[in-house]
Each structure stands twice: as C-alpha cells, then as structure tokens.
Design a binder for this molecule. Structure first.
Ligand code: ACO
Length: 428
C-alpha cells in the first residue's frame, strides 16, 4: 500500500510519497515540494538527503554492513580479486570464466599510455603532488586515445572502463617514477592487477620486483575494500559532473580531486602523520586524545568518525586484522601499529568518542599496510583513488544510463545583501 508523509505549510496540508528501498530504507520523495508548497528543504552537508536511487552499493551504518551489488564486503575481501570486484560493480554481476578472460585481455591491451602522454609527466615539477598529476592525466586520457568519449555502445564502454582502470594504475606508478627520477616501467602482460602495479612502482632496469604472495594479497584486499562506498564526497562529485552529460574521464578526474581532501581520501596520509607526530614527540595516546577533545585545538583524530557508520566500519575491522597478518608474514614490527592500537583503545574508552559514535574508519589501519608494502606516504591517496575507480565508473554509468536523469542542481537559501545600489568607483 502506498504511504505518504504529510507536511503542513501555511495551514495547507501537502502529501508526499514515501519511497522504500530493497533493504527497507525509507525516504520522503519531496521532488514536487517547491512546485506544490513554494518551499525547499535545507540540509547543509546533505546529511539527510538522498540524492538518487542507486543499485550499486548498500550500507547499513548502524549495523556496520557493506555490500557491493548485494555481495558482503567480507566475502569479497577474503575471496575475490580486485578486477573481479570491479566487474561486479561496473557490470552488475560477478563475471563467469569467459567474461573474466575477456576483461583481462582488455586490461592488458589498454594498460600502456599513448607515447605522447608521457610528455606530460615532464611538464610537472618534481615536487608535484601525485594526486594533482593523477587527476590531470586521467582527464588527458580522452584527448589521446578515445575516439568518442561519450561512449555509446556496450563494447566500447567495456573497453573504455578497462582502459581507465588499467591506465589509472599505469599513471600512478609513472608519476612515482618521475618523482624519484627513475625510468618508467612498462606494464607486464603476465601479471595480475595488483602485482603489475607493484612491478611498475618498484622494478628498475637492472632488477625486477617480484611481489610476495602476502604483499600481493594485502594490496588486492586494500583495493577491494576501497572499490565503492555509495554516495560519498568523491562519488557524488563524479555523479554531479556526469549529470551534466560530461564524459567518463572528465567525471572521474573530478572525483580524484574531491578524494584528495584530508576529510576524505587524504585521511589515510593524515593518520600516518598523526601517528608519527605522537611517536616523534613522545606523546602518550591519551594526551593526544585530550588534545583532540580540546575544541580550540582544531585537531581531529584522523581515521576516526564517519558520516554513515555509527558503528564499526566493517572495512576497518578487516584491515586491522590484515595489517597484523601482513606484518607477521613479513617478519617486521612497526611501532606505528602499536601506537595505532593504543590510540584506538584510548579513544573507544573515552566518552567523547563513545557519545558521538566515533569509531575507526577505513583509513585508520590502511596506512600501516601501505607502509609495510613500501608505498611512500604521498602515494597513499593515489592508492585509494586506484581502488575507488571501479565505483566511480559504475556510478558514472548509472547516471549516464538513466533515461530520467536530470542535471544535478541543488537550490539554496540566499542570506546575502538585499538589492543594493551600484556606486561609481570615485564615490565608493
Ligand atoms: N575527531 C574528533 N571529533 C570528531 C571526529 C574526529 N575524527 N569526527 C567527528 N567528530 C566530532 C565532530 O566535531 C562533531 O562534534 P560536535 O557534535 O560536538 O560538534 C561530532 O563528532 C559529529 O561529527 P561531524 O563533523 O558532524 O561528522 P561528519 O559526518 O560531518 O564528518 C568526517 C565525518 C568528515 C569523516 C569526520 O568524522 C572527520 O573529520 N573525521 C576525521 C577525518 C577522516 O578520518 N576522514 C576519513 C573519512 S572516511 C573516508 O572518506 C574514506
């Protein structure tokens, strides 16, 4: 039976339909609110705004559930490869053997950069942040290699999606190589996605890098866990840009920039910087927690808190265990892991965090894994971007395929000057 919410404005009752999702989530469809009642809703930061209906990822923040196309994140992290997960997100189903093989071929064929694209790397100063390079280069792909960036047929989309996934990885590794002054390493046709990235990062002309199975497994899991997270800041940015009809490369390039911010993907760097600060200044975790609680300090506990999770982030649980396992397997100890554990314990025992339901998020332990693998700190957010690319592609496609899609265009409540007079310059 159809349900409605009733809103009374100026003594007049208006009814709006209540929409229910497949997992029972409910929303009031207010799309006719302004037309009928002359008002809009105001929701700073979109905390209560459903911007779309989407069939890609489900999160229950209260219960700590995350599923891609219905498949629990725990199963994907334990059993799936990053590319299989990417195909699930982008095409809607886990691939069968034939589809997996076809996509593997497409990735191989599309992983090298056009020769002219390499010239761009020379134009960036050696101090350039790899996220700036990544966003510029992702946007540049279309100028070199894509005949029709608007991508109309399915086979062309498959090829473009494979190209973007493969080239994002190649660009990331090439930007690192340019930064450290080493020759760019070519992708290898025989290596899986994660291993190929590590090869391009760490192989040098006189020595090939071979990833151990533990390192490859940890990186693969990192990428799977970052592959999508419904309407987060960068994905909403991709959807917003896509809604104007912009092509996939332009839309994803915008997503890279949104991810860069320290409150979003940049937090994985922020966590390590925080832990190093605690170590280098000999701080006790509880002292750091007190600094965070002092609202005049402007300091946040990086890697803690989440707009949607008001319970443990399921990705953080998996990554914490994975960090332990990787360090054990590599026979290394990282004092930052001990500090992270102490900080987590101190925060979880503190009423400030408990009362606000602040728990570790995906970024809290991911940096420990990346450090152990040997990824330099300023590449951490780039690794997040590589992981998130399948999600961005899937959301771009969902927007582009929606025949009812309208351009994203929020309204506002204006609070500036009322009508004011233009005064000639000499009289101001
Ligand atoms: N440290 C200290 N206090 C915090 C933190 C934190 N990490 N996170 C939230 N709070 C406090 C807020 O100050 C606020 O307190 P108040 O009610 O007394 O004003 C309360 O908890 C609610 O927080 P909001 O800021 O309303 O939460 P919001 O949903 O807007 O922000 C965010 C979420 C940005 C993730 C925030 O928790 C944060 O800044 N965390 C640290 C950065 C971080 O780890 N980002 C990665 C997020 S996951 C991702 O993008 C991959």
């Amino acid at each position: 039976m159809a349900e409605f919410a009733t809103v009374t404005i100026d003594g007049i009752e208006h009814q709006f339909p209540i929409i229910t999702g497949t997992e029972g989530e409910r929303a009031i469809d207010i799309s006719r609110l302004r037309a009928e009642a002359g008002v809009i809703t105001l929701d700073d930061g979109y905390g209560n705004t459903g911007s779309c209906e989407s069939a890609i990822t489900f999160i229950d923040g209260e219960k700590g559930i995350l599923r891609y196309r219905g498949v629990p994140i725990e199963d994907l992290a334990a059993r799936s490869s990053f590319i299989e997960t990417a195909e699930l997100l982008i095409f809607g189903e886990l691939p069968d053997v034939e589809e997996r093989e076809e996509f593997r071929e497409l990735l191989i064929e599309n992983s090298a950069l056009h020769r002219d694209m390499r010239k761009h790397f020379d134009g960036f100063p050696s101090t350039a942040h790899p996220m700036a390079i990544l966003s510029a280069m992702v946007n540049a792909i279309q100028t070199h290699e894509v005949r029709d960036p608007y991508i109309t047929d399915r086979q062309h989309f498959k090829q473009a999606a494979a190209g973007l996934l493969a080239k994002t990885r190649t660009i990331a590794a090439a930007s690192y190589k340019s930064h450290v002054g080493q020759p760019i390493a070519y992708p290898r046709y025989d290596l899986p996605y994660a291993e190929n990235f590590l090869h391009m990062m760490f192989s040098v002309p006189y020595r090939d890098y071979e990833a151990t199975p533990e390192v490859a497994h940890a990186l693969n899991m990192f990428l799977v866990l970052h592959a999508d997270h419904e309407q987060n800041c960068s994905t909403s940015t991709v959807r917003m840009v896509a809604s104007s009809g912009a092509n996939m490369f332009a839309s994803v390039s915008a997503g890279v920039n949104a991810l860069w911010g320290p409150l979003h993907g940049g937090a994985n760097m922020g966590v390590i910087e925080m832990l190093e600060d605690i170590r280098d200044h000999g701080l006790k975790p509880v002292d750091y927690i007190n600094r965070v609680k002092d609202r005049t300090s402007g300091v946040k506990l990086m890697g803690f808190g989440h707009r949607v999770y008001r319970n443990f982030d399921p990705r953080a649980k998996i990554l914490k265990e994975a960090a332990d396992n990787l360090l054990d397997a590599m026979h290394i100890t990282d004092p930052l892991l001990d500090i992270a554990r102490e900080v987590e314990q101190a925060a979880l025992a503190d009423d400030y965090f408990a009362s606000r339901k602040l728990y570790p998020n995906v970024d809290f332990y991911s940096g420990i894994i990346l450090r152990a693998i040997g990824i330099p700190l300023d590449m951490f957010t780039v690794l997040f971007a590589i992981g998130r690319t399948p999600g961005w592609i899937a959301h771009w496609k969902e927007v582009s395929d929606n025949p009812k899609q309208r351009i994203y265009r929020p309204r506002q409540i204006y609070v500036g000057e009322q009508l004011s007079e233009w005064v000639p310059r000499a009289e101001r």
